[in-house]
Design a protein. Structure first.
Length: 435
């Protein structure tokens, strides 16, 4: 049966916002290396994303949102646990040769919390928190998993750059034909189509799009090797983004048809700043740095039962806040011995609380690169190697006018807070670390 979209949108707007469902469904869409300005509601001109833009129109947009890390693995660890990834030794991305470590099952995840409280859980897409089954999605509370364990694969052959096959059904390697974004959409769409009111679910769709290799859909002959792995154009990239948007639209349509839209919280965000073909404006720099362009990402939250449409929420937020927000929405308390570092965003999303200043930390601790950063209210301090810089992001969001010379007291305070944060991390150091 075809839905009258105007009547549907009118019903969403007119529906009372005070009647909170006791156990909302939750869907998290996570893209990979998407540029901040590469979706329509964030300013894209050459890429069409009507389905993702729908989430902004029917929910809330968070323009001051950060990823937990500047590359894949750290942010995914923060998102899954609601805690700083440094607590687990996951400070950098896993490479194809690093298969001896991962997110240990003793650390609670949003999936396990929800599963233990009666939710049906499923993940389709990129895990990147450990190759071995003891570190995999099924060990962390997901009833179902279909996707890749590594950081990136060929979208058609589903092989890593080293030639190893990486596509799994739970813990079993599988062979499937098709463009990976579309395969993930197939599974997510089917999962939602099988749900009904009364049985809450948590669905995590972690697209490997739009990470390289830059392969557009509809070109099954375009299989890559080491020599061609990083080839691509902005036009290829745009089609990849639009393929992700189509996938999101398929899942949203299923929610509509199953009558689940009102009582489902849908979150859309990205894992880190965009890469070479991305548009990160207005921020400076890109993925793998702690400049705004490396850690500022789009974020949208729609929950018609609680969040009014077309909201622009200026609260500073970060990936791990989504975990705290989901658990609060679902009435689940985190373990006392694993307190969350993230903040519940629901009071801000529902207009019950005005924006507050935050102190947030990032770190790159590699042999060839040492960088630390802290956001303190309007101030952003960064120590990049031996260089200290301070910016007033309210006046200078592009990080062009260094202000440390004029505000040495702010620099001193920033260093003090970073030292305190690192001292807290050092109280319970992980046995291993990926840096």
């Amino acid at each position: 049966m075809m839905l009258d979209r105007r009547k549907f949108l009118g019903a969403l707007t007119a529906a009372p916002l005070l009647a909170q469902p006791a156990r909302p469904n939750v869907i998290v869409f996570l893209t990979d290396d998407l540029g901040y300005a590469d979706i329509g509601c964030y300013g894209a001109k050459d890429i069409k994303t009507p389905h993702i833009d729908r989430l902004a129109k029917e929910g809330a947009k968070l323009p001051d949102f950060y990823s937990n890390g500047p590359v894949c693995t750290p942010t995914r660890a923060g998102l899954m646990t609601g805690r700083y990834q440094q607590r687990f030794g996951l400070e950098w991305a896993f490479g194809p040769g690093n298969k001896s470590w991962g997110l240990e099952a003793k650390h609670n995840t949003v999936a396990r919390y929800l599963k233990n409280s009666g939710y049906k859980t499923a993940m389709y897409g990129k895990w990147h928190l450990g190759y071995d089954a003891q570190y995999g999605p099924n060990a962390h509370g997901f009833d179902e998993f279909f996707g890749l364990l590594s950081g990136n694969v060929d979208f058609y052959s589903h092989q890593e750059v080293n030639g190893e096959h990486d596509l799994y059904e739970n813990t079993t390697p599988v062979k499937k034909e098709g463009y990976l974004t579309e395969l993930l959409a197939d599974r997510a769409e089917k999962f939602v189509s099988q749900q009904s009111a009364g049985q809450p679910f948590f669905l995590y769709v972690a697209f490997n799009g739009v990470h390289w290799p830059f392969q557009a859909p509809g070109r099954p002959q375009d299989v890559r090797n080491r020599q061609t792995w990083f080839d691509g154009t902005r036009a290829d990239y745009a089609r990849m983004v639009e393929s992700v948007d189509t996938a999101v639209g398929r899942v949203l349509k299923q929610l509509d048809e199953r009558g689940l839209t009102r009582d489902t919280m849908v979150i859309f965000t990205n894992d880190n700043g965009g890469e070479r073909l991305s548009d990160n404006r207005p921020w400076f720099h890109h993925k793998a740095t702690l400049w705004e362009g490396g850690i500022k990402v789009p974020a949208l939250v729609r929950w018609p039962a609680r969040i009014k449409p077309s909201q622009n929420i200026t609260q500073t937020a970060i990936s791990m806040d989504l975990t705290a927000t989901i658990l609060a929405a679902c009435g689940v308390q985190p373990a006392a011995d694993q307190p969350l570092d993230g903040l519940d965003l629901l009071p801000f999303l529902t207009g019950q609380r005005p924006p507050v200043d935050r102190t947030l930390f990032w770190r790159i601790d590699r042999a060839d690169r040492k960088t630390k950063a802290v956001r303190m209210g309007k101030w952003k301090f960064q120590r990049d190697g031996a260089i200290d810089v301070l910016y007033d992001l309210t006046k200078d969001p592009g990080e062009r006018v260094e202000m440390g010379y004029a505000h040495p007291e702010i620099v001193t305070e920033a260093k003090k807070r970073i030292a305190a944060w690192e001292a807290d991390l050092a109280k319970d150091p992980p046995p291993k670390s990926v840096k």
